[in-house]
Ligand binder design. Structure first.
Ligand code: CU
Length: 86
C-alpha cells in the first residue's frame, strides 16, 4: 500500500510540473522604435522568436508578448528583436 501511495504521489507531481512548464507567460519590456513600420518589424520578430502574441505600443515603446514558457523566453524574444533589426 505504501508503494502505491508513493507512486501516485510521484505521478501527481509529474503531472503538475508538466502543467507549469506548458503555462503561457505574458511579459512587457522596452523595445526601441518610432513608427508603424517599426511596430510591424518588432511584432514580427517577436513571433519569429516563438511568441504567440506580440503587441508593441509606439507611445510607451513597450512590447507585450505572450508565449509558452516551454518554447521560448523573454530573453530570446529580446535578442531576436535586437539582432534582426538594425
Ligand atoms: Cu519605424
Amino acid at each position: 500500500m505504501k508503494t502505491l501511495k508513493i507512486f501516485s504521489l510521484a505521478a501527481v507531481s509529474v503531472l503538475l510540473s508538466t502543467v507549469i512548464i506548458a503555462q503561457s507567460k505574458t511579459e512587457t519590456f522596452k523595445v526601441s522604435g518610432n513608427c508603424g513600420m517599426c511596430k510591424t518589424k518588432i511584432e514580427k520578430a517577436a513571433k519569429e522568436a516563438g511568441a504567440k502574441e506580440a503587441s508593441w505600443n509606439a507611445e510607451s515603446k513597450e512590447l507585450t508578448v505572450t508565449y509558452k514558457s516551454s518554447s521560448t523566453n523573454a530573453a530570446k524574444i529580446q535578442e531576436k528583436n535586437s539582432s534582426s533589426r538594425v
